[in-house]
Design a protein around this ligand. Structure first.
Ligand code: ZN
Length: 302
């Protein structure tokens, strides 16, 4: 059996797959936030439960927010207790088997490139627009892996000076330690932040979308600014990776107006003779993180 473990800021899910990567079942528990030992013990308990249930020693892939750097240390703001820790080595010792650990957005990209909406393309960028904005690049169904684990972090490219001036935007601090990262403007909470900037009113991003659909002028303006910024963010990743398709995931990708407007929003930010690649929604949705982790786990020698 193969287990894909999807670690989030609030929940850890384990999904059990057969050797053909067909999902059999999954279950989830709360993420221990304060104690690193409790965090490790919780993941080990999930894996051992699956081992006991299926009478085997399954292969394990883990997807989690943050990056795994060249020294194999996890840098993660969402799972603070794991920040700076050698999660892979520590879990391998507890589980007594090789495991794979990868950024959750990269797991999403891999699942969509090899078994999802990007399967008919050779060069696929998977982009999450959700709580955060991150992604990964795949070539021929395999994840492009880089020395320091930061390839694909399109959300931490800087806000364009042109757009900052056009909309009179403030430079917001980012959780990564930099300032003016696009993630603060184009991830899910970014639309609410832009609306607050233009109106001094507090709405959630979902409420801004509802107000836009109801015809409110300020919400329309906030959304059109949001799309301009998202178009520039995606133009940056097209210039960096030149993918044949961009597969969208995360909560914002469920907004029809966003998906429809995105190609036109990208166009002004790339060179005039360059075609915008295909842009499609993910096939696997919220299940993609566990699936991508399982794909990585399936490639390990048992
Ligand atoms: Zn950042």
């Amino acid at each position: 059996m193969i287990y894909g473990v999807d670690v989030g800021g609030s929940k850890i899910e384990i999904a059990v797959f057969d050797n053909k990567l067909q999902r059999i079942e999954s279950w989830r528990v709360a993420t221990p936030k304060q104690s690193y030992d409790a965090f490790l013990t919780q993941i080990a308990a999930l894996v051992h439960q699956a081992d006991d249930k299926y009478g085997c020693k399954g292969q394990v892939g883990i997807g989690m927010p943050g990056i795994v750097n060249a020294k194999q240390r996890v840098l993660s703001a969402n799972v603070p207790c794991a920040n700076g820790k050698t999660v892979k080595a520590d879990l391998m010792a507890l589980l007594e088997r090789p495991i794979a650990v990868e950024n959750d957005c990269r797991c999403f990209a891999l699942s969509e490139a090899s078994l999802g909406a990007g399967v008919s393309y050779k060069k696929v960028f998977g982009a999450i627009i959700g709580t955060g904005a991150g992604g990964g690049f795949c070539i021929d169904g395999a994840l492009y892996k880089s020395a320091q684990g930061i390839a694909g972090e399109y959300g931490h490219h800087p806000l364009s000076a042109l757009l900052q001036q056009k909309y009179g935007l403030p430079i917001w601090d980012c959780g990564c330690g930099l300032q003016g990262c696009l993630e603060r403007y184009v991830a899910g909470p970014g639309l609410a932040s832009l609306y607050r900037h233009f109106t001094d009113r507090e709405l959630t991003s979902e409420q801004v979308v509802a107000a836009m659909r109801a015809g409110e002028a300020e919400a329309k303006h906030a959304f059109s600014c949001y799309m301009d910024l998202l178009g520039s963010a995606f133009a940056n990743l097209i210039k960096a990776y030149d993918p044949e398709v961009i597969v969208l995931g995360g909560g914002m990708s469920l907004i029809d107006e966003l998906v429809e407007a995105l190609p036109q929003a990208i166009e002004p930010h790339v060179f005039s003779a360059i075609a915008v690649p295909d842009i499609v929604r993910a096939k696997h949705g919220d299940a993609s993180g566990a699936l991508g982790a399982a794909i990585l786990g399936s490639k390990l020698d048992a």
